[in-house]
Design a protein around this ligand. Structure first.
Ligand code: CTP
Ligand code: MG
Length: 231
């Protein structure tokens, strides 16, 4: 069975507020998108990479792919208005009947090789999985700016990507959404859970697999890279 990575790079990065989408911002001379592609390009178990990019930035994305000579990038396609649309477009691009699919945010440049391996391996026993880490902060349920509930911290985790699926399972979830008026679901595991299609396993991630969301995250990313160089 082929192992395919889909990199979601079609967002606009509005919260980051740079003059171009955050995945094209450079850290130490290399775009965040390049770091993200190289997680999979350099992983021996990954066969193909599909990049879902913003229509306006397809040329730039292709330029980045060609300049680096990435061998596993099978296609660069245009994404949709929401992450869910972009994800569906990426999945629809896969030309096999079944595959192991890892869906990854382009905005997470530091997912480790071990995390990728763990995501692929867990699909031998599960049809769906997500990387997640413990929450060091207590989480509270809030309504009208007041605390409604303080759940036990240890029963909560913070979800990251990659999220890992058997192709048939995630395709089914996306197709089911077409017939429904869906609530706002921000990730692919959310779709699986909404339709209760299967159990979703947790792959333990790590704190360095940050998502670049706000400008401060660039400074944190620089620090992570400096530490990596020293280790
Ligand atoms: N994404 C995508 N297509 C969209 C929206 C998001 O492919 N229509 C991707 C982003 O490029 C990012 C990942 O999904 O790699 C996670 O999304 P997020 O961090 O929310 O990025 P943006 O949507 O770009 O940022 P913002 O919400 O601040 O505008
Ligand atoms: Mg977004």
């Amino acid at each position: 069975m082929k192992n395919i990575a889909i990199i979601l790079a079609s967002g606009k990065g509005e919260r980051a507020g740079f003059n171009l989408p955050k995945q094209f911002v450079k850290i130490f001379g290399k775009t965040i998108l390049e770091y993200s592609i190289e997680i999979f390009e350099n992983h021996e178990l990954i066969d193909e990479i599909i990049i879902v990019s913003n229509g306006e930035y397809i040329d730039l994305t292709n330029e980045i792919v060609h300049k680096n000579g990435y061998k596993k990038v099978k296609s660069v396609i245009s994404g949709g208005l929401t992450r869910k649309d972009s994800s569906f477009m990426g999945i629809s691009e896969i030309e096999y009947d079944d595959a192991k699919v890892l869906i990854h945010d382009a905005a997470r440049p530091f997912a480790s090789a071990k995390t990728v391996t763990d995501c692929l391996n867990i699909l031998d026993t599960y049809d769906a999985a997500t990387v997640a880490i413990n929450s060091s902060d207590t989480l509270v349920e809030v309504a009208k700016n007041e605390i409604v509930k303080i759940p036990e911290r240890k029963s909560f985790m913070r979800v990251q990507t990659p999220q890992a699926f058997k192709l048939k399972t995630i395709l089914k979830a996306h197709i089911m959404t077409l017939a429904e008026k869906m609530p706002d679901i921000t990730d692919d595991c959310g779709l699986i859970k909404y339709f209760d299609l299967c159990k979703i396993a947790i792959v333990k991630g790590d704190e360095t697999n940050i998502k670049i969301t706000y400008p401060i995250d660039i400074e944190i990313a620089e620090k992570i890279l400096q530490n990596k160089k020293c280790s």
